[in-house]
Write a protein that binds this ligand. Sequence first.
Ligand SMILES: [Zn+2]
Length: 284
Amino acid sequence: MSDTPPTTPYTQPAGGSNPEPRQNSTPVASKKPPRFSVFGSVQTIATYAFLLATLFTLFTPDNLFSDQMLNRVFQAWQANPTEIAQLASTAQAPAAESLPIGIVAGHWKNDSGSVCSDGTTEEQVNLTIATLVQQSLTAQGFKVDLLEEFDTRLGGYKGLLLLSIHNDSCDYINDQATGFKVAAAAHTENPEKATRLTACLTDRFARDTGLGFHSGSITNDMTYYHAFDEIDPQTPAAIIETGFLNLDKQILTQHPDVVAQGIVDGILCYVHNESVSTTVVPTP
Ligand SMILES: [Zn+2]
């Protein structure tokens, strides 16, 4: 890693004598469209006004806060709506997604799932991936519940979504026993949300991991997964088998971060309502 690129695509500022080499800044998916709407701004202003009102009434005589304050906030917004909108989207990002994301680590604290000849268990692999998913989403401001296979919190679970992470057999089946599977809850009050969740997961997971979608083996164990009947029927839910512990063992056990990233990107695709280009769209 001693090679440095001969040229830099960035122009140094005139007279700049920064001896530090520039970090490689990877421009990852920074094509988010600006989120701005009049309705959103009005909501924002109302929120700020409410916060200001609360603060002012705490520390000053009641009559100090009046409609003048609202007018001032409004005037500020009229003067520079974009700035306030940006301020608002930064400040409100975590609050707008206040429901938690539920991640079930398959078999965790119940049984080992598939067991490989070298002692690797599906439970371990699932938990590693699920934990990485939790850490990544938490770092991005989401509330994440890492759940056991039969977690007591699953009863009536209300969340942005619930995803259970599993893996397929350690045994050699045939040369086609490779790839991942995603299935949505068979019974849900939000079939369109469940379909979009599975489409997002399928698209992003395939893109990030390079694994193919193994459509041939979605079983009733997946579509009628026990947790689907326990959670709040409004919570969109899906189950993913991230690969086969036999032919896909390398990526599953050596690169769980890549596997987790595929899941995280699928979840973000769903939560942020991103477009999906996949042609494989599993239906609930
Ligand atoms: Zn399993």
